[in-house]
Design a protein around this ligand. Structure first.
Ligand code: HEC
Length: 117
């Protein structure tokens, strides 16, 4: 009888630990993936020269075509930047820009431009 009670006790502790571990693991993963619009404000200075000052859609369209990125879906922007970074999509300046960005930078910038109308 005594044996059974302590086994149950250990199982509860085990489940509790497993549950709290997976919950905090998920929270950490969500933090890393979520873009922070506020943090992106320091980083967009790298982009506004070509992609337009905030509110404008594009600058210098007469020199070369720059896609409109304001208001695009964040996942789409993130995917595009990762493609430049990894080399599956190529453009001289965007390769260099995206290559210098961390995953967090990309998430922040994607969130920023997705919220920019
Ligand atoms: C020197 C000019 C220049 C700078 C600086 C620049 N871009 Fe670009 N960007 C371009 C051009 C040109 C393209 C289109 C390239 C192509 O055809 O693949 C582009 C494409 C993109 C795309 C893909 C859009 C789509 O619809 O496929 C994204 C996203 C993007 N840029 C984000 C950024 C971000 C974020 C920054 C700042 C960190 C930045 N760019 C800085 C010129 C620039």
């Amino acid at each position: 009888m005594k044996f059974h009670t302590s086994m149950k006790c250990k199982l509860y502790v085990l489940f509790y630990l497993l549950a709290s571990c997976s919950i905090s693991g998920q929270a950490l993963a969500a933090d890393a993936a979520a873009g922070n619009v506020q943090n992106a404000r320091d980083k967009v200075s790298m982009c506004i020269g070509c992609h337009g000052i905030p509110g404008y859609k594009a600058s210098f369209p007469e020199l070369y075509h720059v896609p409109k990125i304001a208001g695009q879906n964040a996942k789409y922007l993130e995917a595009a930047l990762n493609e430049y970074k990894k080399g599956s999509r190529s453009h001289p300046t965007m390769d260099a820009i995206a290559g210098s960005l961390s995953d967090q930078d990309i998430a922040d910038l994607a969130a920023y431009y997705a919220n920019l109308k």
